[in-house]
Ligand binder design. Structure first.
Ligand code: NAI
Ligand code: 13P
Length: 383
């Protein structure tokens, strides 16, 4: 059993893993309050520059960070350092999370566990695991159950400019989610809590696939009707995939679902949208990935999403089409033409067979199997 530290106070000690756009954004956001913030980076030159100049030389380069934030690394922090933290936040791209958590696990004291918050938005290639499962595999079921997930429409650049922003925060118990919500709360930043971490994770990961589709359509020169169609049909696909997986369909109507879908499908500030836009303009995926300079989770997540869609047998023609554009050389214009040529169909039917992947995951976490821990009352999966 995990013994968590008490509620993080307004002056918590926080360590953020990842010093990219979002890791450094969250460092700035929390450093803006009374929290003592450390940010772990892998790049020695970033650490030195950040500590001397309070600027990140590679990401959010125009932003001046609060002087109280310290960059640490490139070695992983010691067990003693981690033990002194109230909160650990993981802003590491999904494909690298497993390797980092494996290294970190021996340094975590399960009897004195900080609040653990994950903000990555992706599905692991190969295993098609959600982050919950990656945590369970590397750190054990107890640590996975205690973890909290944040997702929603939140461009890093706008948060550091203190533009009003809201996100979804989910954990298996809303008490844990409320701790994270309180930690992040500021006059310009509101969190809405919930108890469907699987739905929140699927929302954040899948919207990236549709952001690629929307960017692609804009890049091809199609305008508002087409974008609105992709956003709405994307929401419908996300909801079907998520419901079949075992998430609550309502979760997809929240900030992490339609909120982030709308944001990233309609802004060139989104890296996933940008990948799609450049594909639509005729660039190859190879060229785009070499020059993007930042992670676009949707590119790898499309592979995991495709595996999940095939496993569930749900109808998700837009996601399948993006998979073919990215990995089977399908022409972008032909992709849109073929989607439009599909026979007329009913607008929205939720899938009949639901919940097996979520049940499998809950069993792995020791939740919901006969004789084990009863699922927390706040968690309302669609089982
Ligand atoms: N940028 C944004 O506005 C938001 C991003 N996110 C999510 O946060 C996660 C991180 O995204 P960004 O910071 O924007 O990406 P980024 O591309 O700006 O930065 C990536 C970070 O990951 C680190 N990294 C690369 N390989 C690594 C490895 N093998 N091990 C550990 N760290 C490694 C890099 O050093 C860098 O610090 C993604 O899952 C993204 O979807 C979530 C909300 C908003
Ligand atoms: O998820 C995001 C904002 O909510 C960031 O989107 P991109 O990763 O597409 O830039």
């Amino acid at each position: 059993m995990v013994v968590s530290k008490s509620q993080p106070a307004q002056n918590s000690t926080v360590l953020i893993f990842g010093a990219g756009n979002f890791g450094s954004c969250l460092a700035s956001h929390l450093g803006d309050s009374l929290h003592q913030v450390y940010m772990w980076a892998r790049e020695e030159n970033l650490i030195k520059h950040f500590n001397e100049h309070h600027r990140n030389p590679f990401y959010l380069t125009q932003h001046e960070f609060p002087e109280t934030i310290h960059a640490v690394g490139p070695e992983l922090p010691t067990e003693e350092f981690i033990a002194s933290m109230d909160v650990l936040i993981f802003a590491i791209p999904t494909q690298f999370l497993r390797a980092n958590l494996k290294l970190l696990r021996p340094r975590l004291d399960i009897n004195n566990l900080p609040l653990l918050i994950f903000v990555n938005k992706g599905i692991e290639v190969g295993s098609h695991a959600l982050t919950l499962e990656i945590i369970a595999d590397t750190c054990g079921a107890d640590i996975a159950k205690a973890s909290t997930f944040i997702s929603g429409p939140s461009f890093a650049k706008e948060i550091v400019e203190r533009q009003p922003t809201s996100v979804s925060v989910a954990s298996f118990t809303e008490e844990e989610a409320a701790k994270a919500a309180n930690l992040f709360h500021q006059p310009h930043f509101r969190c809405y809590t919930g108890g469907d971490p699987i739905g929140i994770e699927l929302s954040g990961a899948l919207k990236n696939v549709y952001a690629i589709a929307s960017g692609m359509s804009d890049g091809l020169g199609y305008e508002n009707n087409t974008r609105a169609m992709i956003i709405t049909r994307g929401l419908s696909e996300m909801t079907c995939i998520g419901t079949a997986y075992g998430a609550s369909p309502l979760t997809f109507l929240g900030l992490a679902g339609v909120g982030d879908l709308f944001l990233t499908c309609s802004s060139s500030n989104s890296r996933n949208y940008t990948v799609g836009h450049r594909l639509g303009k005729g660039e190859s995926l190879d060229e785009i990935m070499k020059t993007l300079g930042s992670v676009a989770e949707g590119v790898s997540t499309t592979k995991g999403a495709k595996a999940i869609i095939d496993m569930l047998g749900v109808d998700a023609p837009i996601a399948n089409s993006i998979y073919d554009v990215l990995y089977n050389g399908k022409d972008t214009r032909a992709a849109i033409r073929e989607l439009m040529a599909l026979p007329p169909s009913r607008e929205l039917d939720l899938p009949p067979n639901v919940g097996e992947p979520a049940r499998h995951l809950l069993r792995k976490l020791g939740l919901g199997t006969p004789g084990s821990i009863t699922p927390p009352s706040q968690y309302q999966p669609n089982l």
